[in-house]
Design a binder for this molecule. Sequence first.
Ligand SMILES: Cc1ncc(COP(=O)(O)O)c(C=O)c1O
Length: 614
Amino acid sequence: MDSQAKFNYALQLSPRRHTSSAPDLAGLVTEQLQHFGIDPASEQGRVLGGLVAQLGAANASAHELWALTTRTLSALDRQDRIAWFNAKRFACFQLAKVLDTLQNPLRATYQALLDDMSTAGVKGAYPLFDNVTALFSATPVITRTATYVYACTEWIEDAFKGKELLHEIYSRLLNPTSICLANHIVHLEAGANAESYFAWNFNSGMAAIDTTLAHLLGARDVVLASRNVYGGTHQLLSDWYGKKSNLDVAIEWFDGEHAAQFATQLEAVSRRHAERLAAGRQIFVYLESPCNPHGYVLDVPGICRLAHERGLTLICDSTIGTPYLQPTLRRTDPMERPDFVIHSYTKDLCGSGNTTAGVVIARGERMFLPKGESVRARGHDGREREYRWDDTLFWNVYYVKGAFLDSDKAFEVLSGMRTAELRVLAKCINTIVLARALALHPLINVHCAALAEHANSALRAALMTLGLPAPLFTIDFEGRGGAALGRAPVSRAMMKRLFDNLEPAFGLQVSLGQVNTVVLCPALTSHSELSDEALGQAGIAPSTVRISVGDEDPRFLFEHLRRAAALAAGHELPAFAAGFATPAQLAALYRDVYVDVHTRWVERRLGTWRADPA
Ligand SMILES: Cc1ncc(COP(=O)(O)O)c(C=O)c1O
């Protein structure tokens, strides 16, 4: 590193980083002391000056190390990576030790100033240095504050322009616990591509969806959305964005899960809205995969490719898949990755059901750039374009709205995510077991991609991790062929009696993705916003029951269902109660599925993880 670069990094630490006239490091030190009214020639000035000069040099060395790491990390073998990680980690402790040592003179001076008990009481404990040891908390620290102490005028001026990320300014915008979660979800979702991606957290999944739409959509744009989406999303698109007096966005729905079906409907929508498109309006693609309520898997990579070939931006709500089952941003070819990936953390990622939260993940240049800056970058569609700071999601919507995730919720999600993979694996096993067992019943229709004979099975097998199904599916009691087969469908009254006897095995709760199994009737709850026609198009019958599968023993769930069916069916339809698989059949099924999934899981681990990628 040349001396000019070293000087610039020392300047970065100066309280006069924008107004300095110092020619060298010594000049910077003098300037800083004078800025705070300290005589450089005094003993205090000499000692503090010595420290400041070394901090300036330390910042230059840290930057040199950063650049070196970026340049060489991919070529380092695992042993060197271990050595370097621990050496750098230890250097963090050394820096913290210096900060901690500084606590003593700072506190003494503070206490000498606040010698009045009443004033000291009102001021409260001064946080700066006592927080240093919190750096080493074994879990991310819950930073429960609205505001932050900042260094000096010129640094906070930079912070307001997004050029000083040390200062988070205000917790409606930035908060360390929430940023920790954002960095972590990017790591999980994008893996080796994580460097290129960026996430913003929100206080619910819907806030994440709304912010993304608000960021992208302009008046009279067109949205082509997959048919089966969460009812709240349906309502947001149709009732708010589609409303003439709001943005008058044309909302179009496409049926099916395959790229070819999407292509046909994209052509039709392009023709139908030729006038809008000619006036410069755009089509945006919105997918939910696996979808709510049936858990069907869409050909996300295939649809992304088609959309990108036409230069369209694509959003995918990946909540039900989680990064474990549907790692959308780990695909090698960027053409096959959604531009914006959304998760409602409320569901399986957090898992506990203790909080609502959501996230949007996209390439860095679409999410945040410092004020006034622009970059040229290649989008997922392979086209290079200029990205401006004021077109990023952060400045365009996030900064001016207020749906940021607070630290307590971020902590809750971070804690839950540590067990997400194991929870999801157990749920997938239970889903296969329950779907297969229920499919043996002659009066129950099972809509689940886990079933080999189901139309969605091929996409599930091709695209989901280990070919596992989403832990979400539906059943209905409309009868298999009904009168044609001479079978009387289960009456609505019986179905209601059955439903009301499902507790405590099945939680009668809304939401999905909890540790416990939860059931609801979409037509009455999660999708009640849809008209009867829209319900029919979404494959939701009046008797449809959505099962969000949990981690319980599936035999316990199934046995309860069998008994609840007996209570509900009574003398009206004894065949209904008698149609369930036997406990022995279920146990055999459970054993087979459990062994099969775990065998494939361990084989995959053995096949994919290597001690040394080289
Ligand atoms: C697939 C999907 N996306 C988004 C949401 C909305 O998330 P939240 O409830 O966190 O706002 C839901 C809620 O059920 C959902 O099922």
